[in-house]
Every structure is written in structure tokens, then in C-alpha cells.
Write a protein that binds this ligand. Structure first.
Ligand code: ATP
Ligand code: MG
Length: 424
């Protein structure tokens, strides 16, 4: 049992910069329970997770793991029993190869060789990564890295596994696999899984949902019981899953449905008793599209036949882009879609030239890198990008600031441009 009593935590406690992140959290998690923890940004989910696996020490209250009090003396025992997988797997993968990463934890527990090998084999098999055991971690996709990170924690045989937003960095198909994994590892290893998420639709298959807000546990209960409290969820900045919201609105209009539906299948089954009131012929056809073409917007950026290979010329070469084309027009919003390893991030990195690569030198034989404006050195100032990796964003902010200060110094050197220098 994970037994949490009146837990409190403040960052920079006692200083003028103190930020109280948790107040009075009381919660019990049973062995083998599947619990989803949901809450708005800054509600304290990650802070709670870090306390439970002894990365942070609480500033108030206490907790016990399987009866063991969480004290400084028991820190390593708590860490062994409560494993955590961070949102960005890169933050916790430390070895070069998959097998070394998964073996790292059990090796540090001082286990016999045969036991280490058994755990590594079982963990990789459970995560569907057995055939990637000797792969380089650097060449794995985000979803694969996530699996290795989970396998590495599982190899420590924790009783409680905390997954901190494991689905935000991966494609929807991979996210569904990760969610299934939470169930699989519980069934296979008997571990309790605490799945932290922002997505309400992800909590449906869990035994219990804990809703956090402003550092407190606002409510907890079965998904059906939680979804029945839609107004309180809205007040906490959370929305019901679409299908549950649809069912709720139909129910409010007097349709004979359960007040809470959890899935599309449940809604379909409940609605199948009704006959269609309108025959298909009565449905109005969609209006014809307007035949006058829109005026052609200005072409801002055109990239043609982009090829890029990571670690080109080495045995680890990995082709990321093959003849990729991209046009961007003024005022357009463009969605770039693709599964993991489709090359989306690599393409985005090329557009502002922010990775400092010379695309021409990577173009394949017979391929050219065509550019209109503004793919050129220093174009960061015109083309901003926001990476899924916050560390990359930080370096971009720095380079943008340096770019701005360079521009400012040029302006300042000219006389009578005070107004412009203030802008800079
Ligand atoms: N290292 C830190 N130093 C100071 N304050 C922090 C730190 N980490 C988090 N906080 C603050 O603590 C509060 C809780 O943050 P926490 O990261 O636990 O929330 P969260 O629910 O995990 O948010 P998110 O959904 O964005 O991941 C927030 O006010 C946050 O700004
Ligand atoms: Mg968090």
C-alpha cells in the first residue's frame, strides 16, 4: 500500500521565492491498482510523483510504502519500490545500447548475473523490445525510447510504477500502445501503475482517477463517478472526453441514456435502441463549394528535395528525409502529420536552418536544395520554431536574443536612430 498522509511540498521553502506545490495530499494506492492522476498544468502531479519516488523530500506530512516510512534512512528502499518514468525518456536513458540501459538498474542492485539477465530478458519482452536489445539508444524513436525507459524501471521490479505523461511526446498510435502497456505490466508483474496525464479520454480504462488542482487532490473515484462531476471538472480546467460530453448533452435533452457513457461503443449500444427519425433523403446536401478561386497567397518559403541522413557515412547512418518538399504561404496554418520517425522534427529543424546544418552538403546525388526566402543563415529571426523538447527551445531563445542584440548594435551605431534602437 502507498499510504500518503497530509503531504505538503514547497519549492525554495522558507525563501522569498517559495512556491507551494502541494497542500495536504492524503491518498492510498493499493498494490496492483491502476490509477490515473489528472490535473491542469502546475496542479502538482509531477511534484507528487517525485516525492513518492524519493527524488524530493516532503516539507510536510508523511507517506509509507508497503509499511516502510519514507525517511532519509529508507530513501533507497523507497526508490527500489517506487519506479518513475519521466515525460522525456531522454532524461533517464543513460547507456548507449538498449540492453545496457535495462541492465543498469539490476546491476546497481548487486544482483547475480543470471538474475540480471532474466530481468532484462523479461522486461524487454514485456515491452515488445526484445529484438532491439542491441540497438543504440540514440537511434530509437520517441515511442521506442519510452518503452526502453519503462523496461529499465521494470527491471528493478518496483511495486509501484509512476508514468509521468508518457503519451505526450509520441504519436497517437504509440500513445495507445503505451496505455495498453500500463495494463499489461500490471497484469504481468502485479505492479500498481500511476499514470499521470492531461488527457481525460486516457483515464477511462483505469480502476481509479485522482483529480488534482492547485496542489490538492480535488476528488478521486472510478472514471464513471468522476465523469459524473462534469461541473467540478470544468471548474478545475478539465473537459470530459468528447463521447462522454455528447452523451451528457443528449441525456440533458431527455434522451434515454445512462447519465455517463465512457466509450463510443457504450454510446452506440445505448443509441441503437432508437430508430432514425429522419430518413436519409431528408438530410440536406452540403452546399456546393464557391467556384471563385481564392487569390493566390504569397509564397513565403519553398523547400525542394530535401535529403538528410543522421550520422551519414558511418555504419549508424539513419536516413531521415528522402526528397521532402514543403511550401508555406502567407497567413497559412499547416499541420504536419506523421507517425514516429516519419521525419517531422528533422524537416522542421531544416526550415529555419536552426540546426546549423548546410542542407546542400546533405543533399543526395542528383538532388538539389531549392530555396526562395528565407532559408538562409540568420533566418531564425524570421522563422521561429517551438520544439517538443524544451531544452531545444531554450537554446533557440538564446540564439534569438543574441540575434536581436546583434541587430541592436548595428542600429545603435547609426546616428539619429534612437527610435529604432528602442524597438530593438
Ligand atoms: N523546480 C521547480 N522550482 C520551482 N517551482 C517549481 C518547480 N517545479 C515545479 N514548480 C512549481 O510547482 C507547481 C507544481 O508543478 P508540477 O510540475 O508539479 O505540476 P504538474 O501538475 O506536473 O504540471 P504539468 O501538467 O505542467 O506537468 C507549479 O506551480 C510549478 O510552477
Ligand atoms: Mg508535470
Amino acid at each position: 500500500m502507498l499510504d500518503i498522509h497530509n503531504l505538503a511540498f514547497a519549492y525554495n521553502a522558507g525563501s522569498p521565492d517559495e512556491i507551494v506545490a502541494l497542500h495536504d495530499v492524503t491518498l492510498q494506492i493499493a498494490p496492483g491498482e491502476l490509477v490515473a492522476i489528472i490535473g491542469h498544468n502546475g496542479s502538482g502531479k509531477s511534484t507528487l510523483a517525485k516525492i513518492l519516488c524519493a527524488i524530493l523530500s516532503p516539507t510536510g506530512g508523511s507517506f509509507r510504502v508497503d509499511g516502510i516510512p519514507a525517511t532519509a534512512a529508507n530513501e533507497w528502499e523507497i526508490r527500489r519500490r517506487v519506479g518513475m518514468v519521466f515525460q522525456r525518456p531522454d532524461d533517464q536513458l543513460i547507456a548507449n545500447t538498449v540492453i545496457d540501459d535495462v541492465a543498469f538498474g539490476p546491476e546497481n542492485l548487486g544482483l547475480p548475473r543470471s538474475e540480471i539477465e532474466k530481468r532484462v530478458r523479461e522486461s524487454l519482452a514485456a515491452l515488445g523490445m526484445a529484438d532491439r536489445a542491441y540497438a543504440q539508444v540514440a537511434e530509437l524513436s520517441g515511442g521506442e525510447k519510452q518503452r526502453v525507459a519503462i523496461a529499465s524501471v521494470l527491471a528493478m521490479r518496483p511495486n509501484y510504477l509512476i508514468l509521468d505523461e508518457p503519451t505526450t511526446m509520441v504519436a497517437p498510435t504509440v500513445a495507445r500502445q503505451v496505455l495498453r502497456l500500463a495494463h499489461d505490466v500490471r497484469d504481468r508483474f502485479g505492479v500498481a501503475v500511476l499514470h499521470i496525464t492531461h488527457f481525460m479520454y486516457e483515464v477511462v480504462g483505469f480502476d481509479r482517477v485522482v483529480v488534482m488542482g492547485s496542489g490538492r487532490v480535488l476528488m478521486h473515484g472510478s472514471p464513471r463517478a468522476i465523469f459524473a462531476r462534469a461541473d467540478e471538472l470544468h471548474a478545475a480546467g478539465l473537459a470530459l472526453p468528447q463521447v462522454t460530453e455528447l452523451g451528457r448533452r443528449l441525456y440533458a435533452r431527455g434522451v434515454d441514456l445512462p447519465p455517463v457513457v465512457l466509450s463510443a461503443e457504450e454510446l452506440r449500444a445505448a443509441l441503437s435502441q432508437f430508430e432514425l427519425r429522419h430518413a436519409p433523403a431528408e438530410i440536406q446536401p452540403a452546399p456546393e463549394p464557391d467556384p471563385t478561386p481564392d487569390p493566390q497567397p504569397e509564397l513565403l518559403l519553398q523547400a525542394r528535395d530535401i535529403n538528410f541522413t543522421y550520422m551519414a557515412g558511418t555504419p549508424l547512418a539513419e536516413v531521415a528525409l528522402r526528397g521532402a518538399n514543403c511550401d508555406l504561404y502567407a497567413g497559412e496554418t499547416v499541420a504536419l502529420l506523421g507517425g514516429t520517425q516519419a521525419g517531422k522534427s528533422t524537416l522542421i529543424e531544416f526550415l529555419p536552418g536552426c540546426a546549423g546544418r548546410n542542407p546542400a552538403s546533405y543533399a543526395g546525388k542528383g538532388k538539389t536544395w531549392a530555396q526562395q526566402t528565407p532559408i538562409s543563415a540568420g533566418c531564425d529571426a524570421k522563422l521561429g520554431s517551438c520544439s517538443s523538447n524544451r531544452k531545444h527551445n531554450f537554446s533557440k531563445i538564446l540564439s534569438a536574443r543574441m540575434c536581436r542584440s546583434r541587430r541592436a548594435s548595428r542600429i545603435c551605431r547609426r546616428p539619429n536612430h534612437g527610435r529604432l534602437s528602442r524597438h530593438a
